[in-house]
Design a protein around this ligand. Structure first.
Ligand code: BDR
Ligand code: CA
Length: 324
């Protein structure tokens, strides 16, 4: 008898590493992606939804609904979109066809979250790898959402390392700190996968060559769309062409393929002030000298160390060299 797949809703701002996360989950035998909601961040929510459809069409999974979500944060208006990191089209301006023929869901992101959390009540897991605006709106609109959902895994924040959008803050969180505060403060088990680990799980040019040489369409796609990311953000961060795969690492933590070796349950506060700390995730890592005893009142587990081996696994899966 085959085990039931875990239903997962992905809330994302589909840029390059979001696409990697989607492709990873779509390949995963233990997961059923049941819906995708889009949010502004790497591009507009409308463009990010379109990019999710590009990924789904590539995989022949146009049965999965894609709903458009927030174009602006809870407070104020969007101040920038990360086209300098992910390209003008959000997927690396690769030259691959942009057109899609699959329609978007007629539901809004919050409506789709409502529908799926009812349909899969008690089983649904959420992977949130963009600004947390849709999830904050959903918490507001659906009072029992935290009871319907098993847990939420979030790519975001910087616990004990520098940010990437400001010295203190990571991009997903600084896009909407008020939303992040609401989501991390809600009464559900949450997991934060911050830059502390995602910046240590690196796709190299050797990986990209393997992806490029593969006959598998998903592998080719990732090689093509990540070229821009390798030469821009990757190079600027590490001084060599390469790519962190932030959102895919969070997806790996959700499935259990990435097992953080330091993974404490600790308090996390989001800085919502207007100063230089805005968007920082202040993680209470003071327990480190005592082996990180769980903090009783904390609901969030924070991935602090992983072993760097996930990109090998991701590439093997996408090229069909290994199945999970
Ligand atoms: C996060 O910001 C976005 O640009 C990426 O897709 C990822 O979710 C990394 O800071
Ligand atoms: Ca993202």
């Amino acid at each position: 008898m085959t085990a039931e797949r875990t239903p997962v809703l992905v809330d994302c701002d589909t840029g390059v590493d979001d696409a990697m996360a989607l492709l990873y989950l779509l390949h995963h035998p233990a997961v059923e992606v049941v819906g995708i909601t889009s949010v502004f961040g790497n591009n507009t929510a409308a463009r990010c939804a379109h990019n999710s459809l590009r990924v789904l069409e590539l995989m022949g999974r146009t049965d999965i609904p894609v709903a458009v979500g927030a174009e602006n944060p809870l407070v104020g208006e969007v101040t920038y979109l990360a086209t300098h990191v992910h390209g003008n089209d959000g997927l690396g301006d690769s030259g691959l066809p942009l057109e899609v023929s699959t329609p978007l869901s007629t539901l809004t992101a919050v409506e789709l979250i409502d529908e799926l959390s009812r349909q899969y009540a008690g089983r649904l897991r959420v992977l949130a790898v963009g600004p947390l605006t849709n999830i904050a709106h959903a918490l507001d609109a659906i009072p029992d959402l935290t009871e319907r959902v098993v847990d939420i895994v979030i790519m975001g924040g910087a616990a004990d390392v520098a940010g990437n959008q400001s010295p203190a803050a990571e991009a997903n969180i600084i896009h909407d700190p008020e939303a992040a505060r609401a989501v991390l403060g809600a009464e559900w088990p949450s997991t934060l996968v911050p830059l502390d680990v995602t910046m240590t799980e690196i796709i190299t040019e050797d990986h990209r060559a393997r992806l490029s040489a593969s006959k598998a369409p998903a592998a080719h796609f990732v090689a093509a769309v990540s070229d821009f990311y390798f030469g821009g953000y990757g190079f600027d961060s590490f001084g060599v062409r390469c790519s962190p795969c932030h959102d895919a690492v969070a997806a790996g933590v959700l499935t259990g393929d990435v097992v953080p070796t330091v993974f404490p349950r600790i308090g996390v506060e989001v800085d919502c002030t207007e100063g230089p700390g805005r968007g920082a995730t202040i993680c209470d890592t003071r327990g480190r000298y005592r082996g990180f005893p769980d903090q009783d009142d904390a609901r969030c587990r924070v991935a602090l160390v992983t072993d760097g081996s996930f990109p090998d696994r991701l590439v093997a899966m996408l090229t069909g060299a290994a199945s999970l």
